[in-house]
Ligand binder design. Structure first.
Ligand code: SAM
Length: 223
């Protein structure tokens, strides 16, 4: 998979691709990530990419031309262009799975007050990572890249994410590691019984119990 991230602040991504699973995915060639500064595409002699809003009001608005030209230079037959915006479709695990099938993702990070409304017209999808407003689309882009990359074949074991929270409309079951007794707190007996069928049943029950308690809305969606 190839991911192009269109941003005015490429340095914000320092570090995130050089650690842990994302680094390994890049080193293994499972994902190729390019940071593209759309300021490089502006035709403005002063390298401007934003201007004041028509009708007045606070803040600066990203202009169409640099982003249109940048997207046009990158877009191919297999590309999906995603605009990161608080009024987009709420981002969920299901959407991460869908996007992990895409060959080429182009992520557009807004900034300042936002972007010229006509930028929406060149996008295939608009995504929000939650009902709050961040200073820019860079953190949302990191959220998408991270959650999508771990689902790419060969990045982590399929088994590792199959039972993850939200993967099957349920929250993940509780897990424990050594020691069996930590300051009087015991690991559930079934997990050290060696009975794999019983362990499976216990995990399914615990997943259901936790989901009913914490996120009953997920179980309602399952019906
Ligand atoms: C300060 S915000 C602009 C907010 C805009 N005035 C509004 O109320 O919808 C600047 C940029 O950050 C990004 N952004 C902020 N919050 C976001 C969220 N929850 N999900 C996705 N992108 C977000 C978007 O790219 C947005 O254009």
């Amino acid at each position: 998979m190839r991911i192009d991230i269109l941003t005015l602040f490429p340095n914000m991504f320092d570090g995130i691709f050089q650690e842990s699973i994302l680094k390994r995915a890049i080193d293994l060639g499972k994902v190729e990530i390019h940071l593209v500064n759309f300021r490089d595409f502006t035709e403005d002699p002063h390298h401007k990419v934003d201007d004041t809003p028509f009708g007045g009001g606070a803040g600066m608005v990203l202009m169409c031309q640099p982003i249109y030209d940048c997207v046009e230079s990158l877009r191919g037959e297999d590309s999906v262009v995603v605009l990161l915006t608080p009024d987009g479709v709420p981002y969920q695990q299901k959407l991460a799975s869908t996007l992990s099938q895409v060959k080429h993702l182009i992520l557009i990070c807004g900034h300042y007050e936002g972007f010229d409304e006509r930028i929406r017209e060149i996008c295939d999808m608009e995504i929000s990572i939650g009902d709050y407003v961040l200073t820019g689309g860079e953190i949302p882009a990191m959220v998408l890249v991270d959650s999508i990359t771990r689902l790419l074949p060969g990045v982590i074991l399929e088994e590792s994410y199959q039972n993850d929270s939200f993967q099957n409309q349920l929250l993940d079951y509780p897990t424990y590691t050594k020691p069996r007794n930590f300051r009087g707190r015991e690991v559930p007996e079934v997990l050290v019984s060696g009975d794999h069928k019983k362990i499976e049943e216990w995990r399914r029950e615990e997943s259901l119990r936790k989901t009913r308690e914490r996120r009953p809305d997920l179980i309602q969606e399952e019906k």
